[in-house]
Design a protein around this ligand. Sequence first.
Ligand code: NAD
Length: 294
Amino acid sequence: MKIAFLGLGHMGGPMAVNLTAAGHDVTGYDPDTAARAAAAEAGATPADSAVAAVAEAELVVTMLPSGRHVLDVYDEILPAAPAGTLFVDSSTIDVADARAAHEKAVAAGHRNIDAPVSGGVVGAVAGTLAFMVGGSESDFAAAEPILAVMGRNLVHCGGPGNGQAAKLCNNMILGASMIAVSEAFVLGESLGLTNQALFDVASHASGQCWALTTNCPVPGPVPTSPANNDYRPGFSAALMDKDLTLAANAVRANGIHAALGLAAADIYHAYNADGGGTNDFSAIVEEIRSRSGN
Ligand code: NAD
């Protein structure tokens, strides 16, 4: 398939490489020349502009920093793509922006799905991302073989914007549960409990969750968690701040009483502003320790 890939950064770069390796004809564009060169080295055809990249595309993937980027790029490229092109936006963006992007694409005679991912750079490289998809059944079906090259768990979540909705809701659970797990470890330490003892109990009891058993915020109990590697991400606290801010905006816009989600957004925002953004998001345990004077 002729695929244009816009946004060849930490995620988009390896995703485009996997599409190339699977035999697709990939044309890549990123304003960053190093990102373009890396994709070209892996077999993609570099384009000089976003408009040039989509000129013959049957499918266009965008993997961009924000909703503003997606909407601006769509304004540029929608008139330049062949009629009926399938636009797949895998960036994490606001639900309202995803729905606006969908409207723009359809008004220009194209098809569109939002298909944000989880699984991070490791999943992007390995081709094991989870895709949460919003759009029509037929557009989901058309994109499925392409998404399956880049990921494993592909879930159709409903109409336009519902992929982003699922992503924001999932990450609101993740952010709040990581803080809850971290608070429990810091409290346990103060009460004289070892981290291993709390882990051994909670990981087999009702406190069990991914933040505890896979991405455990203290070193020791889960040897593969970023806590054992100086909190190198993994999933950075800056990205958790971004996703929780999007979730908090949606909470407020919809009048939802989500006290924990809003508190989690505030806590990660403060941690990011204090310089913690490049750490794995589980390093929030250190922030809680320091705020507790421990
Ligand atoms: P990144 O900053 O590494 O990559 C974004 C790329 O987009 C950059 O290379 C930038 O130069 C490029 N870009 C900007 N404007 C462009 C344009 N007009 N045309 C083409 N390219 C353009 O970010 P990333 O970590 O790859 O994340 C991309 C998206 O994926 C974000 O929305 C992020 O929230 C989401 N995401 C990231 C992760 C992760 O672990 N990094 C995980 C899940 C989701």
